[in-house]
Design a protein around this ligand. Structure first.
Ligand SMILES: Cc1ncc(COP(=O)(O)O)c(C=O)c1O
Length: 464
């Protein structure tokens, strides 16, 4: 197998990211101490020891009460929440005059806030790429209920990108005088394709509101909201810096947030609600979208996490991830069985241009038959390698990558015993003879050459 010196001669600038090796030793020593090869950064990021320590010190050194009040402990909590809000805006260079941060449980929570409150109506459109996480797909159910048209834009093999001419045609179908929403991921959690951020202004110019799913993008790419202006940006903080879990945000343009009509009110979201008067008044700003008590003890850890990322530099992380991804792609794409059959088929771009650090593929045996992803995962587990298998909650990209047709799906879903319930195993059996999922190897913040080499060695072990 090619060595470190081969790697460095191909990616000499990797050496300039040695700060991250030192950081890994200092702050993420548990990875090597426990012999864990962590390659699921698209699933979740990892936290540094100092993040946990700082958070713990903060909690142990203060008294925090429920923020919905004006007593001293409540105010202490409110102060930290507002400071975290400002930190999020600063991190993404978002002007507080233009953007608002609504804290949510995760990216899915942020997406649901938009979906349930967006003013879809008959004759209007929800337009989205095939390549989307299920929590973006799920918004279509709100659109259906309100009678809006739902249209998917396909991504094309082999690179799994959208054809720009086709996109322009789809954007032309916006209906004037309607609320039309266009949703796409800045980075695919399936193929890692980075869809162009230039689409945002193209869509705006044609009257669309734009939802940019940034959950998979923000951990290793700078997002500058002073340059690009999506209306709704859902994200999960644990994907960016591992800790705390259970916290995400909807970063939204004030003007776009003003278009949303929440279907209910809750504690914390109103200024006044009356039982006898059967009336409520929604609070202005983020409060109107934050149901009940915020996770006020964990929210301060978001600011700690953002500072941690800033201290490393997202650009540096991005570059390092690019080199490691390149090395993965270079090597996986040339491995062959003795029969000449390629070992791996990568879904998505084979170069590091406009793509992130996830490499999604299937392994094939020497007879060119896909190796069951469950067996791959089991074997990887035995090597302490954490990778991910399945469709990663992105069925549209999965169906295109694996060439599962609409007809095959319809035949499967319409079987009488599948009308109400379908397990993943049932689905596998329906989609007979084909891979119904894939293997995702994703590098991130503190990945190193050894991690990548370990998974390449593992792959080599599958060669016959
Ligand atoms: C692109 C993308 N969007 C949305 C989500 C949903 O994130 P969460 O599960 O944190 O709500 C994910 C999670 O994997 C994702 O990768």
């Amino acid at each position: 197998m090619p060595s470190y010196s081969d790697f460095i001669s191909k990616y000499p600038a990797y050496d300039k990211t040695h700060n991250i090796d030192e950081l890994r030793e200092r702050e993420y020593g548990r990875l090597d101490r426990l012999g864990q090869v962590y390659l699921d950064y698209t699933g979740s990021g990892l936290y540094a020891e100092s993040q946990v320590r700082r958070h713990q010190e903060l909690l142990l050194g203060s008294v925090f009460g429920n923020p919905h009040s004006s007593n001293p402990t409540s105010l202490a909590a409110t102060q930290l929440i507002e400071s975290a809000r400002r930190a999020v805006l600063d991190f993404f260079h978002a002007s507080p005059d233009e953007y608002i941060v609504v804290f949510t449980q995760n990216a899915s929570g942020a997406l649901k806030l938009v979906g349930e409150a967006y003013p879809f109506s008959k004759g209007c459109h929800y337009l989205l790429t095939f390549d989307n996480h299920n929590s973006v797909n799920g918004i279509r159910e709100f659109a259906h209920v309100k009678g809006a048209d739902v249209t998917y834009i396909p991504v094309l093999l082999p690179d799994m990108r959208v054809d720009e001419i086709m996109l322009a045609t789809y954007l032309d179908m916006e209906t004037a005088g309607c609320a039309n929403l266009f949703a796409f991921p800045a980075q695919s959690n399936f193929s890692s394709v980075q869809h162009p951020l230039e689409w945002i202004e193209k869509a705006h110019a044609k009257g669309w509101d734009v939802l940019l799913d940034a959950a998979a993008f923000t951990p290793t790419n700078p997002l500058d909201l002073s340059r690009v202006k999506p209306d709704f940006v859902p994200l999960s903080f644990y994907k960016m810096f591992g800790y705390p879990t259970g916290s995400g945000a909807l970063v939204a343009r004030k003007s776009a947030l003003g278009k949303l009509h929440r279907p209910w009110f809750a504690g914390g979201t109103i200024t006044v609600a009356s039982v006898q008067g059967d009336k409520y008044y929604l609070a202005d700003g983020p409060a109107g979208f934050e149901d009940g008590t915020l996770d006020y003890l964990n929210i301060p850890a978001i600011e700690i996490g953002l500072k941690h990322l800033e201290s490393i530099g997202v650009e540096l992380i991005h570059e390092r991830v690019r080199y490691l991804t390149g090395w993965l792609l270079d090597n996986l794409s040339v491995m062959k069985h003795s029969s000449g059959v390629p070992l791996a088929r990568v879904y998505g771009p084979l170069t590091t241009e406009k793509r992130g650090g996830a490499v999604t593929l299937n392994f094939f045996d020497k007879n060119n038959y896909p190796i069951d992803i469950r067996l791959v995962e089991k074997a990887a587990n035995e090597h302490n390698i954490s990778l991910r298998t399945g469709c990663f909650c992105n069925p549209g990209a999965g169906e295109i990558a694996l060439q599962i047709s609409r007809m095959e799906l319809a035949a499967c879903f319409s079987q009488s015993d599948h009308v109400q319930r379908l397990t993943y195993d049932d689905f596998r059996t329906c989609i007979d003879d084909k891979a119904s999922g894939a293997v995702r190897i994703s590098v991130g913040l503190v990945s190193n050459f050894e991690d990548v080499q370990a998974v390449l060695k593992f792959a080599e072990g599958l060669m016959e």
